[in-house]
Design a protein around this ligand. Structure first.
Ligand code: NDP
Length: 347
């Protein structure tokens, strides 16, 4: 059934109208990604798979999606679908990526990429074997502000980077206060939800890998399962000896968010980097004074789709690869291990 999919992918690369299947009738697809997919002139949302077909049909109706399917196999057998966006709970990503790759579909998978490194490595390897694109949806790294910080550091604007701080404490909206707070099997907790994004963003800005972490988790009363953390502070040491502090929470209402990088010759920072349509400017302070760089038009989800489509079409890298998803997951898993054992954990 799937034997001709490499010829089929080449056909898609040439003719280039990309039909997306949504795996998971999720909030993030409804709130953000359906519109991002539709913003691309060559992409359409063709179908949604839900384990509950009635809810899937209702979701399809509300979101103007032509088809709802109650079987993943049916969606993957559908020739109108060339790519899938997987946004189910985290423990399902692994098997759904494997099935999608074996069906010859290109894959944009939500973060965290998987629940373990073995799973993530298998996903990367099968996608390579099947010659399909695997992208991880760490969208923060494609924002203009993050890219500008990366460029400024590469140009030497702050000298040698010494330290970083990430403030990413938010209040988890009520409609998302489900499995994230109550289901460890689904990858609940602030570390797999938020720290994994922040470490990915730092890896991207610094072009360096974290090597070890010490971490403290908090159980401040929102998470309903004792094993699930709803706040965390972690310190990572990167390969160039830079140390980075990350604060995340589900309970903080008014903190705002930001990233600071401090070097021997200057500091750069950005506030409101989480904004989906806009962010604060990047601010550089060094011996020449203070400089502001506009980073306000970053449309990170649309950019993610553009990079993904380019990767399908031209073989370029998606905004965030499967390998990036795996490395950021490795750091998050080490962070959880450190919080559990009280030890500094190598990554
Ligand atoms: P949701 O809880 O909205 O959806 C997850 C699954 O729950 C869906 O696949 C769906 O199952 C089921 N579901 C959704 N709504 C209902 C409902 N009303 N009743 C019963 N079941 C329901 O999760 P999110 O959208 O918040 O997250 C999904 C994934 O996306 C996670 O991996 C998360 O980490 C990631 N995410 C990433 C973000 C980013 O910034 N990159 C932001 C937010 C989430 P079914 O498959 O059967 O339809």
């Amino acid at each position: 059934m799937y034997t001709n999919h490499i010829i089929y992918q080449n056909y898609i690369r040439i003719f280039m109208s990309i039909g997306f299947g949504l795996i998971g009738a999720s909030s993030i697809a409804r709130d953000v990604m359906i519109a991002a997919i539709r913003s691309h002139p060559n992409c359409q949302v063709k179908s949604v798979f839900s384990t509950n077909i009635e809810r899937g049909k209702q979701y399809a109706l509300e979101n103007n999606i032509p088809k709802a399917q109650g079987s993943l196999e049916d969606l993957l057998n559908d020739d109108d679908i060339h790519a899938v966006y997987i946004s189910t709970t985290n423990e399902l990503h692994h098997q759904q990526v494997l099935s999608s790759a074996r069906a010859g579909k290109h894959i944009l998978c939500e973060k965290p990429l998987a629940m373990s490194l073995d799973e993530a490595q298998e996903m990367i390897s099968i996608c390579k074997d099947e010659d399909v694109v695997l992208a991880t949806n760490h969208q923060l790294r494609v924002g203009d502000g993050v890219r500008k910080m990366q460029d400024l550091i590469a140009e030497g604007a702050i000298g040698k980077p010494l330290a970083a701080r990430v403030f990413h404490a938010v209040y988890l909206p009520e409609h998302l206060q489900g499995w994230r707070l109550s289901d460890p099997k689904a990858g609940a907790g602030v570390v797999l939800d938020i720290v994994v994004h922040d470490i990915d963003t730092l890896r991207c800005i610094l072009k360096a890998e974290p090597r070890e972490v010490v971490s403290l988790s908090q159980h401040a009363g929102m998470a309903k399962h004792g094993a699930v953390e709803d706040g965390n502070m972690s310190v990572f040491r990167f390969e160039n000896d830079l140390i980075a502090q990350i604060h995340t929470s589900f309970l903080v209402k008014y903190a705002g968010d930001g990233i600071e990088i401090h070097g021997t010759e200057g500091s750069i920072s950005i506030n409101d980097f989480l904004g989906r349509e806009s962010s604060g400017p990047v601010i550089l302070k060094n011996a020449d004074g203070e400089h502001h760089f506009d980073a306000t038009q970053h449309s990170i989800d649309e950019k993610t789709i553009n990079f993904f489509v380019d990767a399908i079409k031209s073989g370029t890298k998606p905004g965030c690869t499967g390998e990036d998803g795996e490395r950021s997951l490795a750091a998050a898993i080490a962070c959880l291990e450190s919080a559990k054992t009280g030890k500094c954990i190598k990554i």
